[in-house]
Design a protein around this ligand. Structure first.
Ligand SMILES: Cc1ncc(COP(=O)(O)O)c(C=O)c1O
Length: 370
């Protein structure tokens, strides 16, 4: 007999900045029997996962695998493997996650310069042009969908400028992967990381990462060992590659979940997934307009899967979110940093990117705000 009752979490409609709703199929996959991390059947599951991740990232990169850990582990993986002390790194900052990249890069010993935009706008590619014209950077990094502001940063022009200078282009696709067009190979993205819990609709816990040959070459040319043993890709690729060398015990059930979640995304097709997110985003904007609620981000800069809307002046931020939880079982996100108390963030991601989610939220807000 335990002193504590069994947990009994309610079935919330997760329309916050992540995690997103997890399908019954993915939850069921997590409850299947745990295998050993070197069991031939688990090894096959790993191979299939890598192959589906390549499809989702739109890449032929051999090194495409899920790191054990959340999106921040993916961020650290890319930076600890690519950065050596003293390296020059340029980072685009217009929200929490660009700011976090700066922190991580500095902890790796990088000399970091930033180009910035207001929270709620994209970073003007011209700022990258000027910065890149003035100095040679080993790595230029940017967040694709800035979850703290709802902005989708265009990548292709920045990528071209970075490559003219022979630098490496690193992209945070934690929130965008699966919810908006992203083509690693076509767009010249050298290293990229994501998270399992956003548009892939898997619980949090894994971070898909992909490195192309240029990024691998930069790793091979390192003068020093990667300072993180756990995130050193040169060892991890020996477990995920043909050598199958034990590195750490893979989180088996999480990998089952990701495999099932990827089956759904790849089964739907990437283009279909991206347009579903776009369509649901448009439906959301229509509903919010009918409620007199305005988007925070200008048209043409909005991330479809994470929607920043301005809190109506008569509404009490915390009280509305509390009532959404308690009366309607719906989660949305509060504003962060300078946007705290000014915006709500509505995630329409993965399994949650459906017109029914929009209708349920609009109905609840209509009741609360009236
Ligand atoms: C754009 C972006 N980058 C990085 C992260 C960090 O991911 P995690 O919270 O899974 O560690 C997040 C999390 O929301 C994110 O939205």
């Amino acid at each position: 007999m335990s002193l504590f009752p069994k947990i009994d979490p309610p079935k919330r409609l997760l329309l916050g900045p992540g995690p997103s709703p997890v399908s019954p199929e993915v939850r069921e996959a997590m409850s299947r029997p745990v295998l050993g991390h070197l069991d031939p059947i688990f090894l096959r599951i790993m191979d299939e996962t890598m192959s589906m991740l390549r499809e989702v990232f739109r890449t032929g990169n051999r090194l495409t695998l899920p790191m054990s850990g959340t999106g921040s582990a993916g961020m650290e993986t890319c930076l600890v493997n690519l950065v050596e002390p003293g390296d020059e790194v340029l980072i685009g900052v217009c929200g929490v996650f660009g700011t976090r990249m700066v922190d991580v890069a500095e902890r790796c010993g990088a000399r970091v310069d930033t180009v910035k935009a207001d929270w709620g706008s994209i970073i003007d590619p011209e700022l990258f042009r000027r910065a890149l014209a003035g100095k040679k950077y080993k790595i230029t990094a940017v967040v694709h969908a800035e979850t703290s502001t709802g902005v989708l940063q265009p990548l292709e022009e920045i990528s071209r400028m970075v490559h003219e200078q022979d630098g490496l282009f690193l992209v945070d696709a934690v929130t965008s992967l699966g919810g908006a067009a992203l083509h690693l190979d076509q767009w010249g993205i050298d290293a990229c990381y994501s998270g399992s819990q956003k548009c892939l609709s898997c619980p949090p816990g894994l971070s898909p990462v992909s490195f192309n040959e240029r990024a691998l070459e930069a790793m091979r040319r390192r003068r020093q060992k990667v300072q993180s043993w756990y995130l050193d890709l040169s060892m991890i690729e020996k477990y995920w590659g043909s050598e199958r060398l034990y590195h750490h015990t893979a989180p088996i059930s999480m990998n089952y979940a990701l495999h099932e979640a990827l089956r759904a995304v790849v089964g739907e097709g990437m283009e279909a997934c991206w347009s579903r997110h776009q369509e649901v985003h448009r439906e959301f904007l229509r509903e919010m307009t009918s409620l007199g609620i305005e988007p925070h981000v200008a048209e043409g800069q909005r991330a479809p899967m994470i929607n920043a809307i301005r809190i109506p002046s008569a509404a009490d931020d915390a009280e509305v979110r509390r009532r959404l939880y308690e009366e309607f079982n719906i989660e949305i996100g509060a504003g962060l940093g300078v946007l705290k108390g000014k915006i709500w963030r509505v995630g329409l991601m993965g399994h949650g990117a459906r017109k029914e989610s929009v209708a349920a939220l609009a109905e609840a807000l209509r009741t609360i705000l009236s």
